[in-house]
Design a protein around this ligand. Structure first.
Ligand SMILES: C[S@@+](CC[C@H](N)C(=O)[O-])C[C@H]1O[C@@H](n2cnc3c(N)ncnc32)[C@H](O)[C@@H]1O
Length: 294
């Protein structure tokens, strides 16, 4: 197709389908195209219906071609756009942050439901914060909460800080390794919390086979993987940390590996947590766990 024809949006859309349908299927390609024309040209899909010969300028056509090439190499659309929506807010994402997932929105909803009727001040900590999607969404919904968030990755924290600023939510960020929490700064270790939440790395190496290239090649290993021989390594340490740093009656929330729901329930019970509750995500997989400290 010549360059002039590719400035007509309808032709660009056909090209997207021709090259991308074999990889993603028609519906997903439709939604990529919708996101891109809205992001680059502020257009709604109805524009194409009302005006089938709508033309973009040459620069616009070049941007769409670039996006097409990146999608063809299975780069996530969120990286191409540089942002994604989570819990009604916009978050910047990068190669250093996990792309926030809809399952995690369900975890946030659970915490908001449990905490929204509390009128007294509340202190919350998110461990392994990535883009900051969990603490920023919680801060946005729970204005009386003082929010802390920790990550070992300086690059991820930079993105999270920008997201907090962009969404006008105050979060205190801490750089540190939760697996060695004893050496975190003493000011932080003097605090205790009403709620601790974590979506830590939980994918076993053996599960790599089930994963798509857009995750394996473009999302940070540090955010995803744990060794096959110790898949609960983060949960064990965080449960111990929570036992020490949660207030009495404080709540611990986890996002978990869908294959390890039973083991996770046992872990919390063995550490004297009460009211342990396992919940499924929208796909029916064991995905979230809550426990209450005595
Ligand atoms: C599964 S991602 C979750 C990101 C974000 N909370 C979300 O739900 O989208 C796990 C996060 O844990 C961080 N992380 C990995 N190892 C860590 C460690 N030892 N201490 C603290 N954070 C760690 C990673 O950098 C990553 O941001």
């Amino acid at each position: 197709m010549d360059d002039k024809k590719l400035m007509i949006l309808k032709n660009l859309k056909s090209r997207f389908h021709q090259l991308l349908d074999p990889i993603y299927g028609v519906e997903e390609v439709d939604s990529f195209f919708r996101f891109l024309i809205e992001y680059y040209f502020n257009l709604k899909p109805i524009t194409l219906v009302m005006n089938p010969n709508y033309e973009v300028d040459e620069l616009g056509a070049i941007k769409m071609e670039e996006a097409l090439a990146r999608l063809k190499s299975q780069e996530p659309i969120q990286h191409i756009l540089g942002e994604t929506e989570f819990f009604g807010l916009l978050f910047q994402v990068s190669e250093f942050t996990l792309i926030p997932r809809p399952e995690t929105e369900e975890l946030v909803q659970w915490i908001v439901d449990m905490c929204k009727s509390r009128t007294e001040p509340l202190r919350i900590l998110d461990i392994g914060t990535g883009s900051g999607c969990i603490p920023i969404s919680l801060g946005n919904c729970l204005p009386n909460a003082e929010i802390y968030a920790l990550d070992v990755s300086g690059e991820a924290l930079k993105v999270a800080e920008e997201n907090a600023e962009r969404n006008k939510v105050e979060v205190k960020f801490i750089k540190g390794d939760i697996l060695n929490y004893e050496i975190l700064e003493s000011g932080f270790l003097n605090l205790n919390f009403d709620v601790i939440v974590s979506n830590p790395p939980y994918v076993r190496e053996l599960e790599k086979e089930e994963m798509k290239p857009n995750v394996l090649e473009y999302e940070p290993e540090l955010a995803l993987f744990v060794p096959d021989h110790d898949p609960l390594r983060f949960y064990k340490v965080i449960t111990k940390f929570a036992n020490k740093y949660l207030k009495n009656s404080g709540l611990l929330f986890f996002e978990i590996n869908q294959y390890l729901g039973k083991e996770m329930e046992e872990l919390l019970l063995a550490n004297d947590f009460k009211e342990v509750e396992l919940r499924q995500d929208m796909f029916g997989n064991d995905r979230m766990l809550k426990g209450k400290k005595l």
